[in-house]
Design a protein around this ligand. Structure first.
Ligand code: EPU
Length: 417
């Protein structure tokens, strides 16, 4: 097990550069299987979720190289075989192989995906998309066997704008005969990144970034190059770090529109923040105003920044309310923030953060990726040395977090225990 130690209450200054988006990269890599050529993907983040996907690609027989964040994938040598349960359940994004293999071979066998334990996370909408395109789904415990004699374009109305179901349906529809329409599609920037990638390969997708996406299937997809967009959640996390302990901390390589719900909320709170073309400069501020925040699909406030933001809300002069509408179990960080001195009360899907409170060092546990980010932020603010156990969760999604935080003045180390 890995644990992180942080000596808190130190100013964060200088520049931190944001890497490629985890939630784009983890879909682009499986999507590359659909190409009959060689694809090159630039700006791949160096995180352990990518290692897990590479393992699946190599298991399937693809030729993969990854140097300095540039991945070259040749899937002409892949063999369609069952993806074993212990690999499928390593991460949520393994289920993008379900759709990529179904699109490519019209047959796939794999298991229920893994991912952070933040709610039930069913995959019914993905299966609904597959069925609408002519596939039959056989479920045997955790195992899924999905077949299609022929994939035919269809009309899919998603019950909620699920990121995963939108991407999975697109990955099958690009190889189906005829036209597919996805209604109530997710509008996240990662979806635009993936459809641009597929269109560069020769797919015909329009409407990405809106709630209606139209796909006209094609027979072949070719070679292409694409770049992973900057990670808006990593960006948001460092921006919040700046609001806690920054002295003109510059967070660069961001797309300001992608983090606008956060930066506007911080302005509402009274945080000193300047947003430029591709950067934000943030400083710690006194007497922050309490706010109300409700998580929603893009362009609403992202659920993935809800836990990191909670740390900052403990400093506000008064009571803030945070409502989580996407996941049922995304408040596991609260117990540990309270242990560090926060005053937070959970009431079903809402938390009430009574501030201001002074955070102090403690031994705490990262229960999931963003809960870990929340506790790292709390440790950066707290007096004394905080120990965060189970830090592996954080390394799944934050590239070189130790090095990046050190370079802006944090005293931080990761050790094996
Ligand atoms: N949902 C269903 N049925 C489905 C699909 C989703 O009920 O078939 C529900 C989920 O249970 C959840 C909600 O709909 O309550 C949203 O799920 P969605 O499918 O949008 O999420 P996801 O694709 O599983 C991705 C990210 C998450 C991020 C969400 C929302 C990846 C690998 N994961 O998950 O990222 O929170 O979109 O933006 O892309 C993270 O990075 O920490 C993370 C959890």
């Amino acid at each position: 097990m890995l644990q992180m130690k942080i000596e808190g209450n130190r100013l964060l200054e200088g520049t931190v550069r944001i890497g490629g988006a985890k939630n784009s990269a983890v879909a682009l890599i499986p999507a590359s299987l659909l190409s009959d050529g060689i694809v090159t993907i630039d700006n791949i983040p160096n995180i352990s979720d990518i290692d897990a996907l590479n393992e699946i690609l190599e298991y399937l027989g693809a030729k993969v190289s990854n140097h300095d964040g540039t991945m070259i994938i040749d899937s002409s040598t892949t063999i369609n075989k069952e993806i074993p349960e212990q690999i499928s359940k390593k991460l949520r994004a393994s289920y993008y192989f379900m759709s990529a293999l179904l699109g490519k071979y019209k047959h796939v066998e794999m298991y229920f995906p893994g991912g952070c334990s933040i709610g039930a996370r069913p995959i019914d909408q993905t299966l609904k998309g597959f069925k609408a395109l002519g596939a039959t789904v056989k479920e045997d415990g955790n195992k899924f066997t999905i077949d299609a004699e022929e994939l035919i374009g269809g009309h899919v109305y998603l019950d909620m704008p699920s990121v995963g179901a939108t991407i999975n349906t697109i990955l099958v529809a690009v190889k189906a005969n005829g036209e597919t329409i996805i209604e109530n599609a997710a509008k996240e920037p990662e979806i635009v990144n993936i459809t641009t990638f597929l269109n560069n390969m020769g797919a015909k997708i329009t409407g990405a970034g809106t709630s209606v996406i139209k796909i006209i299937g094609v027979e072949k997809l070719g070679s292409c190059f694409t770049e992973v967009i900057p990670d808006r959640i990593e960006a948001g996390t460092y921006i919040i770090a700046g609001a806690l302990m920054g002295n003109n901390l510059r967070v660069e390589n961001i797309i300001p529109d992608h983090v606008a719900t956060l930066t506007l909320k911080l302005k509402e709170m009274g945080v000193k923040i300047e947003v430029g073309d591709d950067y934000a400069i943030v400083s710690a501020s006194e007497h922050l105003k309490p706010v109300k925040v409700k998580t929603l699909g893009y362009p609403g406030f992202p659920t993935d920044l809800q836990q990191p933001l909670t740390t900052l809300l403990t400093l506000c002069d008064g009571t803030s309310i945070l409502e989580e509408t996407i996941y049922e179990n995304r408040f596991q960080n609260v117990e540990y923030l309270n242990k560090m001195g926060a005053n937070i009360i959970i009431n079903e899907r809402k938390i009430k953060i009574n501030g201001p409170t002074q955070l102090h060092a403690e031994e705490v546990k990262a229960t999931d990726l963003r809960a870990g980010a929340c506790l790292i932020l709390a440790a950066l603010k707290a007096r004394g040395e905080t120990t965060i156990t189970n830090i592996e969760h954080v390394l799944r999604g934050y590239e070189n977090i130790e090095g990046k935080l050190k370079s802006i003045g944090a005293k931080i180390s990761i050790e094996q225990i």
